[in-house]
Design a protein around this ligand. Structure first.
Ligand code: ZN
Length: 678
């Protein structure tokens, strides 16, 4: 469920480019940190932490410890050489006697920072193995110097195999191979299967799936490595406190136990008990009980995810990588989503769609807004801005799911993008820049809230119309429907009345952002010569181009050319709102009646093709801004103050630790696993 949100995160980088700062003066927090390769490090601020009770802070402190202790599990899951490689690289990085003024050193520094970022030697997004920019001779010399200097080995260890893995492009080239035709397990570097072919693994789990409760199937295979023994038998090696990764999981459990007394209610203590019991036994039924208890536990302010969760790293989509996030509810921001869901029926009744497509009775959807306190495992440093769990289909159907948007991370993206130059480069004039600077944050957040809480849930299908009748155009139409619902209502006085927007100028920032993104800036994510493929992007292009074309006679929106650069200018905001309303009515009609031909016509005409000349211009302008395409976060540091008996009397949060410093400290303080885990 994370994946969509990771994609959203990338989308948000670009909507963030027109977002700005809510608290202007006095906010000297440095969101941007160092940059290397294609990566930009950011910091996030845990606003509101100091206002929590001591009990809540203590709870967060121990849950953070439990989160950080899982780090090495992910490193080993991402490849069986990763922990050894990290050890050697860190020895070199911290050794004395290596000249830091050479090209080899600088290439090495970039390499280790990329490896830290990816929790292994493959790109976190593209999955390809990093190519070291330093020579093998330099590396040999550096290893010799580092090991002598550190005196950590009496005789030099044999690292021939590791050198093969680092330098030979033929060895383990992909973390996850999804190319059809090859044996996906044997050609993937991820460490979820050992000596097992794809056919053998598939057969193994086909058999398992036939057993047990068919209506409530457990998540087979999610917490084990599948291994072929010397005698040819195939067995699961479960990841439990007594099994594989046991040393790390014991530390996780130890800290969950320390956290338990500070849980916010008994139900949350039960959640922790079930999680510990599952870590100890590996029993997947217990895991389901744990997720149900977790989904039902909605009262607490502090909440967390800790465990084997997402399966994108397994080509077969079963084995789950370890991750953790600790968060607490942003009570103010959650009031915002509650105001919307409390008024859901009003919005539905006043929607500009034909009455027969309206819902008589709307069920409000509540989504919680949270602040992240710590990110770990597969959520660190690259992370999601929202999470929807659990992943078990039957648990979701019978017990629901928890959905969070992580406000301080979106905020950090937005603030970090402030100085990127995107806004200045692509916005037509100072008046527009001022509107976005003043209101961009409000309208961005509110747009997302209305889109999620109301937009997707609005309207209804006519009897007999199937949900998938729009086929390949279905998701673009659905996203357009939710976006148009948000855009139409952004300009409604109701939002000012509810106190969600400060005045009737605010919505203009949302309109500029939408039109600019749909017509211009989102093109930076597409390579020259390609068309628009992704549903959210098609939807944005569709809305912006349709409104531009249909307002042309009255010059509602104008494409302005200046010094060879193209800009978008809105001349009539009110008329643009009317156009959004008209398109919403049409998109809802298409959806409600399952009008495939109209969907196809609409999407193909406005949502897919790109003018190659404009595309090249936008890409050239973007390239000059030199913005890193991927971002990740440095965690804050929590320090517990204790009394003479060892009781925590306060927890302080600081933001001064550097990226390398943090990575080295984590390796020093949270390494429980051996270098090789068989
Ligand atoms: Zn959506």
């Amino acid at each position: 469920m994370n994946k969509i949100l990771k994609a959203m995160m990338i989308a948000s980088l670009f909507s963030a480019c027109v977002s700005t700062n809510k608290e202007t003066a006095g906010d000297d927090f440095e969101y941007n940190n160092e940059r290397f390769a294609d990566l930009q490090m950011l910091r996030y601020k845990v606003e509101g932490f100091d206002d929590l009770t001591l009990k809540q802070k203590t709870f967060i402190y121990y849950l953070s410890e439990a989160a950080l202790w899982g780090r090495d599990i992910l490193w080993d899951q991402n490849g069986k050489y990763n922990l050894r490689i990290r050890h050697i690289l860190e020895r070199i990085y911290t050794a004395e006697g290596i000249d830091h003024e050479t090209d080899d050193w600088r290439a090495f520094e970039t390499y280790i920072k990329r490896v830290w970022f990816s929790n292994g030697i493959h790109h976190h997004y593209g999955s390809e193995k990093f190519v070291p920019g330093f020579s093998q001779e330099w590396f040999d010399q550096a290893v010799a110097t580092a090991l002598t200097a550190a005196k950590c080995h009496t005789t030099a260890p044999d690292i021939t195999d590791i050198k093969e893995v680092i330098f030979n492009p033929e060895v383990l080239p992909k973390l996850v191979n999804l190319a059809e035709g090859a044996d996906l397990l044997l050609t993937s570097a991820s460490n979820y299967y050992d000596g097992v072919t794809q056919a053998e693994a598939e057969a193994f789990y086909e058999n398992l799936k036939k057993t047990g409760d068919q209506a409530h199937p457990v998540m087979w295979g999610m917490n084990s490595r599948l291994v072929k023994n010397a005698d040819g038998t195939i067995v699961e090696k479960p990841w439990t406190t007594e099994g594989l990764y046991g040393a790390a999981l014991k530390k996780v459990v130890e800290n969950l136990r320390l956290a338990r007394p500070f849980a916010e209610d008994e139900a949350q203590q039960k959640v922790i008990d079930l999680l510990i019991s599952y870590y100890e036994s590996g029993d997947l039924k217990t895991f389901d009980e744990y997720t149900i208890a977790w989904v039902d536990n909605t009262a607490p302010i502090v909440d967390f995810v800790n465990g084997f969760t997402e399966s994108y790293g397994d080509p077969l989509g079963m084995k789950a990588s370890w991750e953790s996030i600790v968060n607490f509810k942003d009570v103010e921001a959650t009031k915002r989503t509650e105001k919307l869901s409390d008024n859901a029926q009003w919005f539905e009744d006043h929607s500009p769609i034909a009455p027969e497509f309206r819902k008589e009775k709307v069920k409000g959807v509540t989504a919680k807004v949270v602040k992240a306190a710590i990110l770990a495992g597969d959520l660190y440093p690259s992370t999601a801005i929202g999470i929807n769990l659990p992943n078990s289909d039957w648990v979701r159907a019978e017990h629901g799911s928890k959905s969070v948007t992580i406000a301080n991370l979106t905020d950090a993206y937005a603030k970090a993008a402030k100085g990127s130059g995107m806004l200045q480069e692509f916005t037509v004039g100072q008046e527009e820049i001022d509107l976005i600077t003043k209101y961009g944050d409000y309208t961005d957040d509110l747009h997302t809230d209305i889109h999620e809480c109301l937009g997707h849930g609005s309207g209804k299908l006519l009897p007999g119309v199937s949900t998938d009748s729009l086929r390949a155009y279905g998701s673009t139409i659905e996203e357009a429907r939710a976006d148009l619902f948000a855009l139409y209502y952004l300009a409604d006085p109701k939002l000012v009345e509810l106190g969600l927007l400060p005045d009737m100028d605010a919505y203009k920032a949302g309109f500029i952002s939408q039109m600019q993104n749909g017509l211009l800036t989102q093109l930076v994510r597409i390579n020259l010569g390609n068309e628009i493929e992704e549903a959210h992007m098609r939807n944005r292009a569709l809305i912006a181009r349709w409104a531009y074309e249909h307002g042309r006679a009255e010059n509602v929106v104008e494409m302005v050319k200046r010094d060879g650069k193209t800009y978008m200018k809105i001349n009539d905001y009110e008329k643009l709102r009317t156009l959004f309303g008209e398109l919403l009515a049409e998109v809802q009609r298409i959806k409600s009646t399952g009008d495939f031909r109209a969907a196809q016509q609409l999407v193909e005409t406005y949502g897919v093709k790109i003018d190659p000349e404009l595309h090249k211009e936008v890409l050239d302008r973007y390239a000059k801004l030199n913005i890193a395409p991927y971002k990740g976060f440095i965690n804050p540091v929590y320090t517990a103050e204790r009394d003479a008996e060892g009781n925590i009397t306060d927890v302080k949060v600081t933001y001064t630790e550097g990226y390398a410093e943090q990575m080295l400290r984590y390796s020093r303080e949270y390494s429980a696993l051996p270098m090789v885990n068989d």
